[in-house]
Design a protein around this ligand. Structure first.
Ligand code: PHE
Length: 344
């Protein structure tokens, strides 16, 4: 041990200290030099074992070095403490934490579950049928033959697969009514079907999406008539929207029901008074009617013995008509902006 080494120790320590940029590293530095086996500590012990003269000279030099290092450590500490806000230590006990985000079901999944729950006590069972299906189930078996102009209403996407001789072309189902004849062909009577599935149509604006969900009810039994249909629709609307929302049936024309209706419900905003949202007090839900005998025959059911009713509505549209939702553009539902979705 000589003066040179003591001097080297100082240079090394000051260089190390320069690199210290956090309180944790400063503590590491302290241990490295002044800890039990620290570099300064060890040298101090060495000097103690030297002869008197040497001890005196080196001891003084070492004490100076020690105080230089300790002084620099002190100023380093002050400097670091001042800059704490911009470089927080790894763990700050008193700082309020950020809660981990917990997701929830998509608003349309919630709506579908609510619809299923409302229909369940009436004996309806949820089923699903292909989302890509043949024209036969989508149109033909619903009494809409190939060249019939009514097909235009369904703005259908065709799939590029070669035509089947019996079932025709392949399409993305434009409505859940394609499940009606499929359900009948299962041969289990009576029927209380709730078919909820994804549909596609060539459309896109504030009220329409190219892909959306529909829920379709179908009841087939002996002695079913229009009053059963009205009762079920009324029951659903009161449960889904609330007791103040009345329904109204408007005559319409669907080829697969006769008579056919459009079902309206009192506007969520004005409850019938008329406002900018609904114009004349009512909002349109969707179609319904008494199953056409020809459709029953396509499903292998004797239309003299059995009758039925059906209804089919868009899930998104139905949900948007709940009071208080205030969704002015249907496309928000699937834009996947969390700021929008987390509200529901
Ligand atoms: N499928 C029809 C539509 O999408 C609605 C409907 C269903 C009408 C059942 C009558 C009976 O427009």
């Amino acid at each position: 041990m000589d003066l040179l080494e003591v001097e080297k120790l100082k240079t090394q320590a000051l260089t190390d200290l320069d690199l210290v940029d956090s309180l944790t590293k400063l503590e590491e530095f302290r241990v490295k030099y002044f800890g039990k086996k620290g570099l300064v500590t060890v040298v101090t012990k060495d000097i103690v074992s030297l002869g008197a003269d040497e001890k005196k000279a080196l001891g003084r030099a070492l004490n100076e070095v020690k105080s230089v290092i300790q002084g620099s450590m002190e100023s380093k500490k002050l400097e670091l403490e001042k800059s704490i806000p911009s470089q927080l230590p790894e763990f700050y006990k008193s700082l309020p934490g950020t809660r981990p985000e917990i997701g929830h079901l998509h608003v349309i999944t919630q709506a579908i579950r609510e619809i299923v729950d409302i229909f369940k006590p009436l004996g309806f069972t949820r089923v699903r049928y292909p989302e890509i299906d043949w024209e036969y189930f989508v149109f033909e078996a619903l009494n809409i033959p190939e060249e019939h102009p009514a097909r235009d209403e369904w703005e259908t996407f065709f799939v590029d697969i070669s035509r089947d001789e019996k079932y025709g072309r392949t399409v993305i189902t434009p409505h859940t009514s394609s499940g009606q004849v499929r359900e009948m062909l299962k041969g289990n009577l009576p029927i209380r079907m709730l078919n909820i599935s994804r549909c596609g149509r060539r459309q896109a604006d504030v009220r329409h999406l190219p892909t959306f969900y529909q829920f379709e009810g179908l009841v087939v039994d002996k002695g079913i008539n229009i009053s059963h249909l009205k009762g079920v629709l009324n029951y659903f609307v009161k449960n889904f929207y609330g007791p103040e929302r009345e329904i109204r049936l408007r005559p319409y024309d669907f080829r697969f029901t006769e008579p056919s209706f459009e079902v309206d419900v009192l506007c969520s905003n004005c409850l019938g008074a008329g406002c900018s949202l609904c114009k004349e007090g009512w909002m349109e839900l969707g179609g319904a009617g008494v199953v056409h005998p020809k459709v029953l025959e396509y499903g292998g059911i004797d239309s003299k013995e059995y009758s039925g009713f059906a209804f089919g509505w868009g899930v998104e549209r139905t949900y948007m008509m709940k009071s208080g939702t205030q969704i002015d553009d249907i496309r928000h539902l699937f834009a996947n902006d969390v700021r929008f979705l987390e509200q529901f």
